[in-house]
Design a protein around this ligand. Sequence first.
Ligand code: GLY
Length: 376
Amino acid sequence: MQVYDAVVVGGGAVGMASARALAQAGLSVAVIDRGRLGGEASSAAAGMLGAQLEAHAPDAFYHLCRASRAMYPEFAASLLEETGIDIEWVENGILQLARTEEDALALKSRMRWQRASGDRADWLEAAAVRDMERGVAEDVIGALYLPRDGNVHVPRLSAALRAAVVRTCAVVEGEEVIAVERDGAHWRVRGARDVYAAERVVIAAGAWSSPLLRALGVPLEVRPVKGQMFAIRPPGGAALRRTVYDAGTYLVPKRDGTVVIGATEEPEAGYDKRNTVDGLAALAAKALMAVPGLRGGEWLRAWSGLRPRLTGEAIDPVIGPWPGAEGLILAVGHFRNGVLLAPITGRMVTAAALGLAPEPLWLSFWPESRAAAFGR
Ligand code: GLY
């Protein structure tokens, strides 16, 4: 039986970026997915690279998000060169709207700590916001503009990563991994059809990671948090250029002029990915409150995805080698930021696989340094 240097369980953006990086480091890699590579949360996401948007304090998570965002230009260029697929990376900026003085104060405080960290963040008064995006609501009193937060086209990202992985790794699609066990010197990854032997195993199964973690004795649980989304084509002449974010709802313009709008957060839905009338109606109402200029836009389609969120944890992932289990590497709990954090996760997983010391920036996510929080 072939013994791979690494088997990656889960072929979402995180698993594929990890597999690609491991293969680039010269390792023989297999990726196993229960469905099709990139078929779940990774292609459902809106593709925002919201490093500044998604962070709530100048903490390690913020700096990790920034570091991964900074990797995107090269990540996009190298994927294009390798696969011919353009992931449509754009640095189009995000406008975070304020409707009340309280919103404005909170956003200005965000602006100050982000500037102090060396990021660009600008306060725009109402007129300047409407100059930038004329469809924005009249009652908006200002906005925080984050010019460096961009976005990518996630179906293209998934296709590019899949093409890169297919070129360099063994790919097994449509096979559920039932167990991951230590067998003497190697790991045995038991799939529904076959068994795969490996020196290292990377758990990157998104919202489906929990049963594997439990069986491995890793006291972490990942739960699905459903997000419903839809896409529209704006009415004639009403194109959006920047991403607009208003109280949890975002409108992300894509290069072809369509706008992806998300997202609900429904932990109670479990693994039920159905779109619901009430979920989409509420989302559409919020979107049109933010940008009334999109009224009359053409409905294109709706879908949903399951964000993988660690329970008992905040919003950040665990990435790195699991202590006491040689060759077991985790890349779990990316929650709202799997696409954003995919490039840096690939780098961290590869460092873990090669036995390198973590960079200081990674320490807060490295399992060993978070072991106390897991009750070990
Ligand atoms: N990254 C945005 C979301 O998960 O809704």
